[in-house]
Design a protein around this ligand. Structure first.
Ligand code: XLS
Ligand code: NI
Ligand code: NI
Length: 437
């Protein structure tokens, strides 16, 4: 039987190292664009996948032993998860973790008992945090696994279930504040619907917003200074999820006056499910001042669901890091909402998965910085819009012209044929040249 203690701390050995348990690209202290790599990339461990997911799928039971030597659904097991988790993060140099309430402790049939367990485990976690310096990135309440949430949490038809959702959020916020979490996430796992035949969409959206408002009020009251996040996802488990993508979620937040307290937590795999690229979701968030945090994972082009692979695609990571750098960084971090494949069932595989993900984002960072320093792509974009430097262009940008004046301009020209080439293939070849130099 493998033990985590038998593995050494993972170190940076450079791109030529053949040691599987070393970083090839992630060099935490290395300075890129004036900042340490680890400051650009505040990585976080997801409690649920790392300490919970055992490889089970719809067709078969678990393949990965996550008992950590204890009986399931006991507080001993919950503590063993803490012990393993902190040792695991320390081995990898990961400085943050993220959790759902029910990842931390077994859920009782009585919420009062679950809450006592949460008090106990958070005391235990706090000690480990002090010992190691590891911090909490964000917390959340799981309002999707328990059958009571089958018709939704904030979007439920049941007042009692709605109150349960409120109680879980209240406690999850308490624990997040107690652990000094930087953020609090809403991922609306059951906030959506299957058919309009049984759904009042307006009623449900209004109620979700009411619940979020109460969460903000309570959070601020108990001293939570961080960001609330919405994590958009278009589908799965629901057919239509209300937080389809960043643009939809931002519109929702503005409509209900929640935009000052919320930002986006963008998950790569959710972006692809929405038919977007990861970088599209990051850009939409950033230009709205709402780029908060990232759930770093990856989909699979052949599989249309949330497979939560560890990130491997260097193009995607590079384009994502371009967005993050240009936005001035994240207020949150990079949470690996990712899990090992079912047949990768050893502790070494778990370490390997994080090494892969961290190296992929390190490469993305290095390459994004090189693209910025190279300057050809930025120069192209600047030049592309340069006709707006003209007198008429400036009038448009200053909102000091009219449809009539622009029409007069067009009539004088008779025809306009000068938009110029988009040069996509050239720009893509610049990226390849930098990626593989
Ligand atoms: C599921 C989500 C979930 C959130 C937290 O698809 O990614 O894991 O990150 O509830
Ligand atoms: Ni996620
Ligand atoms: Ni997800």
């Amino acid at each position: 039987m493998e033990h985590l203690k038998d593995f050494k701390k993972v170190k940076f050995e450079g791109k030529d190292s053949k040691n599987p348990l070393s970083f090839k690209f992630y060099d935490s202290e290395k300075i890129i664009l004036g900042k340490k790599m680890k400051e650009h990339l505040p990585f976080a461990m997801s409690w649920w996948h790392t300490l919970g997911a055992n490889g089970a799928d719809m067709f078969g039971r678990g393949t990965i032993d996550k008992s950590f030597g204890e009986a399931p659904a006991t507080m001993e097991h919950a503590k063993a998860k803490v012990d393993f988790g902190f040792e695991f993060m320390s081995k990898l140099g990961i400085e943050y973790f993220c959790f759902h309430d029910v990842d931390l402790v077994p859920e009782s049939d009585d919420i009062n008992i679950t809450n006592q367990r949460l008090d106990e485990i958070s005391d235990y976690i706090l000690v480990k945090m002090k010992e190691t310096g590891i911090k909490c990135l964000w917390g959340t309440a799981n309002m999707f696994s328990n059958p009571r949430f089958m018709n939704g949490a904030g979007s439920t038809n049941s007042v009692n279930v709605y109150a349960f959702a409120a109680a879980q959020i209240k406690k999850a916020l308490d624990i997040t504040v107690k652990l000094g979490g930087k953020g609090y996430v809403f991922w609306g796992g059951r906030e959506g619907y299957e058919t309009l035949l049984n759904t009042d969409v307006k009623f449900e959206l209004d109620n979700i917003a009411r619940l979020m408002k109460m969460a903000v009020t309570y959070g601020r009251k108990i001293g939570f200074k961080g960001d609330f996040y919405i994590e958009p996802k278009p589908k799965e488990p629901m057919k239509h999820q209300y937080d389809y993508d960043a643009a939809t979620a931002i519109g929702f937040l503005r409509q209900y006056g929640l935009d000052k307290d919320f930002k986006m937590n963008i998950e790569a795999n959710h972006a692809t499910l929405a038919g977007h690229t990861f970088e599209h979701e990051l850009r939409i968030s950033a230009i709205n001042g709402m780029l908060g945090s990232i759930d770093a994972n990856e989909g699979d082009p052949n599989l249309g669901w949330d497979v939560d692979r560890f990130p491997v695609d260097v193009y995607s990571a590079t384009y994502a890091m371009l967005e993050v750098i240009k936005a001035g960084g994240l207020t949150g971090g990079f949470n690996f909402d990712a899990k090992n494949r079912r047949p990768s069932n050893t502790i070494e595989d778990m370490l390997q998965a994080y090494i892969l993900g961290m190296d992929t984002f390190a490469l993305g960072l290095i390459k994004a910085a090189e693209i910025i320093e190279d300057g050809r792509i930025d120069a192209f974009i600047k030049d592309k819009y340069s006709s707006f430097n003209s007198e008429l262009g400036q009038k448009i940008l200053n909102n000091s012209t009219s449809l009539e004046e622009l029409a007069e301009h067009a009539y004088k020209l008779k025809d306009a044929n000068d938009p110029g080439s988009g040069r996509q293939e050239y720009l893509e070849s610049v990226v390849n040249q930098i990626l593989f130099k």
